[in-house]
Design a protein around this ligand. Structure first.
Ligand code: GLU
Length: 537
């Protein structure tokens, strides 16, 4: 997820955009950039790191204009760097764009454009779009964006500025949000409403596959065939402070609700309808997979629970022994590893010290390491042989939620990819699994739609008995139980409860409960039983 802001009007665009970038920071960023049009040319400044670094450059350079676009990037293609930061330009530096999303067919388009002589300066998928627009440009920038947009596969929200058309900005969207704010002195564009609330309460919300020309005092919305769409502006009566979390009470809740999208993004362009998995970033030969003797999955905390589920998935699909290890233990023992051992290391941030140390240990002993992480170019990426990214967007809440489910998806994809190479899985089974995975976002949504029922059930746990610092709740301990795939999920549930409510919680494989632990269960111990596995019901 990234942030987009644009302005065209009578006011100074730079302070509006810099303020917008700061407000958009909660969406996560690894770099940021700004493009403005002055009388003579398109001027661009981009900086890796915090928005403050860009601000310093902007202040030094005294940029001034009434039209501009800006972006906070959360990298998906190409490391976070000054060069890969947005805006991106065409060869002739006539067109600049900012983009949120993933262009799935960028490699194909890039090759095609390179063959036609276009020169690329970044590793991003986004730059392809800048050149593609240039390729279609015959003096009408809106038409060029329309034609280029029609050739994209994937998700995008894009804002385009063109030196030869100083009067308007062009915007387009598919599967990524983009809104237009209507002001008295000019018009605004942003990836979400909150960031514009200090400027206007009047918005045009772009729907999927819509694009628009935005002038200082006029907006024309149309579809990708050029058909004009009449849209009524909406009045929004929120305040900035209230909605920076998009209306959710806190970031954790917001991130829980993002899961249908993050699961879909993590599957995007990796899983075919027939179950075949394409993981371009893993270049392991069939021979390597055939000779594989053992897999270790190492991780900490929530990622460790994802690893435990990974064990079930790999052993079921691949029939290779899997060992799951806490990274903090793995690094201090002497694990048996060689070139026939694969280590999968999971870390949301890619910076977890114990997991990094485990990766180094495994590499030193000759094992191949695949990292699963959410942060592009984090340390784990550099230390591992291969990386698969979860595309969960920035996870701001400390208690991990959407990154966990995205990690499960990636584990599933690796297991499927390996088993199809090893010929250990029938075509019919593959198609069936693909169907389940593709249905998952909708199923998660169904559960999220029932959140009020869950809330009601939780109310009894949250009941306070007295305002005593150490004895807050009616129940001060809670058990989670489950078998099979539900056992690690029970552990994750217990961890979440401890981490965010300070209520003691513990989890057990349900069958294990009778061997002693049951002694702790009284009538005042709520037990959450996960029963999703028919064979152990
Ligand atoms: N895919 C683009 C990139 O990696 C955009 C990422 C974003 O949404 O910030 O540059």
């Amino acid at each position: 997820m990234c942030g987009i802001i644009g302005y065209i009007g009578k006011e100074k665009a730079v302070p509006i955009m810099m303020d917008g970038l700061a407000k958009l920071s909660y969406r996560g960023y690894d770099s940021s950039g700004i493009a403005i049009l002055d009388d003579k040319q398109l001027k661009i400044l981009k900086k890796k790191g915090k928005v403050g670094r860009l601000k310093k450059e902007v202040n030094k350079s005294k940029l001034e204009s009434c039209i501009g676009i800006a972006h906070t990037r959360w990298a998906t293609h190409g490391e976070p760097s000054d060069n890969n930061a947005h805006p991106h330009m065409d060869c002739n530096r006539k067109i600049a764009i900012v983009h949120n999303g993933i262009i799935e067919n960028y490699m194909h388009l890039k090759k095609h454009l390179q063959d036609k002589g276009h020169k690329f300066v970044s590793q991003t998928d986004t730059e392809v779009l800048a050149h593609l627009i240039e390729d279609h440009y015959r003096g009408d920038i809106e038409q060029a964006v329309r034609e280029a947009g029609g050739r994209l596969i994937g998700a995008f929200a894009v804002v385009v500025i063109c030196k030869e058309d100083k009067e308007r900005l062009i915007v387009a969207r598919k599967d990524c949000p983009l809104i237009i704010g209507l002001g008295r002195q000019g018009n605004f564009i942003a990836s979400d409403i909150p960031v514009l609330l200090s400027h206007t309460k009047k918005f045009i919300i772009l729907e999927n596959s819509e694009m628009a020309s935005v002038w200082a005092n006029e907006v024309k919305v149309c579809d990708f065939d050029g058909e004009v769409i009449k849209k009524e502006p909406q009045e929004i009566n929120w305040e900035w402070g209230e909605v920076e979390k998009e209306g959710y009470e806190h970031f954790m809740l917001k991130e829980i609700h993002e899961q249908p999208r993050t699961i879909r993004d993590t599957l995007r362009d990796r899983l075919q309808k027939d179950g075949r998995v394409i993981l371009k970033d893993i270049k392991l030969s069939d021979k390597y997979i055939e000779k594989l003797k053992r897999i270790y999955i190492v991780a900490c905390g929530t990622a460790y629970h994802a690893a435990m589920i990974g064990e079930h998935i790999f052993e079921d699909l691949l029939r290779i022994p899997v060992e799951v290890d806490m990274a903090s233990e793995f690094r201090y023992r002497d694990p048996i590893l060689d070139e026939h051992t694969l280590v999968i290391a999971i870390s949301q941030s890619g910076e977890t010290a114990d997991t990094l140390a485990s990766v180094k240990e495994a590499r030193a002993k000759g094992a191949v390491v695949i990292a699963i992480t959410n942060v592009v170019n984090s340390s784990i990426v550099r230390e591992s042989n291969y990386t698969l990214y979860t595309r969960a967007g920035a996870e701001i809440a400390v208690a991990s939620t959407k990154a966990f489910t995205a990690q499960l998806i990636v584990l599933f994809l690796i297991a499927l990819r390996f088993s199809q190479h090893a010929g250990r899985i029938a075509g019919g089974v593959m198609t069936e699994i693909a169907k389940y995975l593709n249905d998952l976002p909708a199923q998660v949504q169904t559960v999220l739609d029932e959140v009020d029922d869950i809330k009601e059930i939780c109310q009894c746990l949250a009941e306070k008995i007295k305002d005593d610092e150490f004895n807050w709740f009616k129940y001060n301990s809670c058990f989670f139980i489950g078998r099979g795939l539900d056992a690690p999920i029970a552990k994750e549930g217990a961890l979440k409860l401890k981490e965010i409510s300070y209520i003691h919680a513990d989890a057990y494989p349900a069958g294990e409960l009778k061997h002693g632990n049951i002694a702790l269960i009284t009538k005042n111990t709520p037990v959450v039983a996960l029963v999703t596995q028919d064979k152990v019901r």
